[in-house]
Write a protein that binds this ligand. Structure first.
Ligand SMILES: *[C@@H]1O[C@H](CO)[C@@H](O)[C@H](O)[C@H]1NC(C)=O
Length: 314
């Protein structure tokens, strides 16, 4: 008997194609659904884990000894003012609009300032119309500095979430001591984009006065018609180009962003990308229960966020 000849080539080649055709559509559908579900579960758990960062051991105020000055108005206690614009509605509508919630946010800060004995100033009247409103924070802080030892600027999309923490505590934690005369002049935080100009402290001093003038003078950074107004970029450029000695003497960049400038984490392409590229920075800055201040930086629908945060405050 002659050995069986192998099947003719056309059949051999036909096989894989037949196999391929046999993958049932429901299986493909199932695989798609499963990966979608996995992704959603991952995003949901990331949001949950980040939200409880503080109970997982993150410490926003590492240097601070909490027992030392629990409310005691010691010699370090200084006159402090919080300053903000209560409403940026003038800058127009759009997704980032803040119209209608300015008063709720201002109320939150005014109540905190009153309870702590700080000044609260709404600097809406100081807005210079020749630049996007955000620039006028510089004018507002300059205007207040002669009257206060420390001025604490906060953007309109920030709220005090833990009113038990005093600004003195925060400054102490950031600076590491309480000697006003030897203190740095500018206390800021850094996020994944670098220095953030939304929330910062300025100390009354000649250096501060000159620095604020120089910042205001960076008019080439002024931008209209974008979510960026340029004041933050101007500040970054100034700080990152300071001689190292001057930087060390006059500026403190808080080691932990969550000390006074926490951002809620929401899954967007950008934030997911950052979670992988800058996990530490995300972790240090994410809003978690117990944090002092929440900053709705870069978020759309601020109105909804403000309502949600106020509800959490009770
Ligand atoms: C800022 O600009 C003004 C007006 O041009 C000028 O008088 C002032 O000296 C400048 N200040 C600084 C610190 O650059």
């Amino acid at each position: 008997m002659a050995p069986r000849s192998s099947p003719p080539p056309p059949l051999r080649w036909a096989k894989p194609r037949q196999l391929h055709r046999r993958v049932p559509p429901f299986l493909l559908l199932f695989l798609c659904a499963a990966s979608l579900l996995l992704t959603l579960t991952f995003l949901r758990s990331s949001a949950v884990v980040l939200r409880i960062a503080n109970s997982l051991g993150r410490q926003c105020a590492q240097e601070y000894d909490s027992g030392a000055d629990a409310g005691a108005p010691g010699s370090w206690r200084r006159s402090v003012a919080m300053v903000s614009f209560s409403d940026e509605g003038e800058s127009g509508g759009g997704r980032r609009s803040f119209r209608g919630v300015g008063e709720a946010v201002a109320g939150n800060k005014r109540a905190y300032a009153a309870a702590m004995g700080y000044g609260y100033v709404d600097a809406r009247g100081l807005v210079d119309p020749s630049r996007p409103p955000s620039w006028s924070k510089i004018l507002a802080v300059r205007w207040l500095l002669p009257r206060y030892d420390w001025v604490f600027w906060n953007d309109a999309d920030t709220m005090v979430m833990n009113p038990a923490i005093s600004l003195e505590n925060i400054l102490h934690a950031a600076i590491g001591h309480r000697d006003f005369d030897k203190s740095p002049d500018l206390v800021v935080t850094e996020d994944t984009n670098g220095i953030n100009a939304g929330v910062f402290f300025v100390r009354r001093s000649e250096w501060s006065e000159k620095f604020l003038q120089t910042w205001w003078n960076q008019s080439s950074f002024v931008q209209f018609g974008s979510t960026k107004s340029g004041d933050n970029d101007a500040l970054k450029q100034l700080i990152y180009n300071l001689p190292l000695g001057e930087l060390r003497t006059h500026i403190v960049i808080s080691r932990m962003q969550c000390l006074f400038n926490s951002y809620p984490w929401v899954p967007t392409l950008k934030s997911i990308h950052r979670l992988f590229t800058s996990p530490r920075s995300t972790w240090n800055g994410v809003y978690s229960d117990g944090d002092f201040m929440v900053h709705l930086a870069g978020l759309d629908d601020k109105k909804k966020w403000v309502a949600k945060m106020l509800e959490e405050l009770g």
